[in-house]
Design a protein around this ligand. Structure first.
Ligand code: PAF
Length: 288
C-alpha cells in the first residue's frame, strides 16, 4: 500500500495541505480527513483505520480549536501531547498530519469575522450547556474541509450530536465531502474513550462507569420489549444522578434530527452528559 511506503508528512500551513491534497487528487487518489484535537487514543486510531479502508490517502489534523471552547471551559488545560500523537499516527499509517497554529487557522487577529449560526440541532443537548460550541465546531470543520478538500471525513459516534450537526451543515451548504461515522470505542470496563478521561481521579473514574452501565441497562430494557422513553430515561437519570456530581441531560432522540422520540426503536440515540469533579463527560448508545 502507498500508505506504508511513504514517510508521514508533517504539515503546518494551510497552503501545504491544499497542495498535497490537490497532487493526490491529480494522481487519481482519494483523500480522507480525520479532524482531531490531539491527545490521541484508541478511539482516534479507530477513525484513522476506518479512513484508511475508505480512501487511499489519510490526513489527520491536530488542532485544539479555540473557537469551540467557552470562556470558562478547559481550552488552556486541554492536554497537548504532540510528540506522542505523531508517533501513534505514524504507526497507524496516516499519510499526513496537519498541525496548524491558531494564527495559521484564523489569521493574526485570531478571530474569524464570519461564523455559522446555530440551529435547534446545535442548541439542544450539549449546546444548551456549551453555548457557541457547535458554531465553533462547524466553523473549524468547514475550514478544514476547504483546506484539505477530502472526499470523505471520519468522525466518532461518541460525539453523536457533533456528527448530526456536521451532517446537516454539509447538506445545507452543499459541502462536497461525505461524512462517515465510526463506532464509539470503550475501555474493557465500559468507560467511553475520551481525551478528558485523563482528568479523572481514580474515584471519579470509578463513579464515571455509571454512565456506560446506565446506558447498557437502557438498551437492555429496550431489547426486552420496553419502548416507552419515559420509564427508561427516568431509571437512567436516577442511576447517573446517584453517581455523578451533576447530570446535564439524558435524552432519547432520533440520531439524525435530535428530536425526542415517542417510542424507542432502531435509530434512537440515548445520550447524556454528566460531571465528575471538574470533568464533564458525554456518552451514548445508538440502538440498532
Ligand atoms: O471532535 C473533536 O475532536 C473536535 O470537535 C473536532 C471535530 C476536531 C473539531 O475541532
Amino acid at each position: 500500500m502507498a500508505n506504508s511506503r511513504k514517510k508521514m508528512k508533517i504539515l503546518h500551513t494551510k497552503k501545504s495541505v491544499s497542495a498535497l491534497s490537490r497532487s493526490w487528487h491529480r494522481a487519481g487518489e482519494t483523500v480522507a480527513l480525520v479532524p482531531t484535537m490531539g491527545c490521541l487514543h484508541a478511539g482516534h486510531l479507530s477513525l484513522v483505520a476506518l479512513a484508511r479502508k475508505k480512501a487511499s490517502r489519510v490526513i489527520v489534523s491536530i488542532f485544539v480549536n479555540p473557537t469551540q471552547f467557552g470562556p470558562n471551559e478547559d481550552f488552556a488545560r486541554y492536554p497537548r501531547t504532540e510528540k506522542a500523537d505523531l508517533k501513534l499516527l505514524r504507526e497507524a499509517g496516516a499519510d499526513a498530519a496537519f498541525l496548524p497554529t491558531p494564527a495559521e487557522m484564523y489569521g493574526p487577529e485570531g478571530e474569524a469575522t464570519v461564523s455559522l449560526s446555530e440551529s435547534r440541532l446545535s442548541r439542544t443537548m450539549c449546546g444548551e450547556f456549551r453555548p457557541g460550541h457547535f458554531a465553533g465546531v462547524m466553523q473549524v470543520c468547514l475550514k478544514l474541509f476547504n483546506i484539505a478538500m477530502p472526499d470523505i471525513a471520519v468522525f466518532g459516534e461518541k460525539d453523536a450530536q457533533q456528527l448530526a450537526v456536521l451532517r446537516r451543515m454539509v447538506r445545507d451548504l452543499d459541502v462536497p465531502v461525505k461524512l462517515v461515522g465510526a463506532p464509539l470505542v470503550r475501555e474493557a470496563d465500559g468507560l467511553a474513550l475520551s481525551s478528558r478521561n485523563r482528568y479523572l481521579s481514580a474515584a471519579d473514574r470509578e463513579r464515571a462507569l455509571s454512565l456506560s452501565r446506565a446506558l447498557a441497562d437502557a438498551e437492555a430494557a429496550w431489547r426486552a420489549g420496553e419502548t416507552r422513553p419515559g420509564p427508561v430515561l427516568a431509571k437512567l437519570r436516577r442511576a447517573v444522578s446517584r453517581a455523578a456530581d451533576s447530570l446535564d441531560y439524558a435524552v432519547a432522540v432520533d440520531k439524525d434530527t435530535l428530536e425526542p422520540v415517542r417510542s424507542l426503536g432502531p435509530g434512537t440515540l440515548v445520550a447524556l452528559a454528566a460531571r465528575f469533579g471538574s470533568t464533564r463527560l458525554i456518552d451514548n448508545r445508538i440502538f440498532r
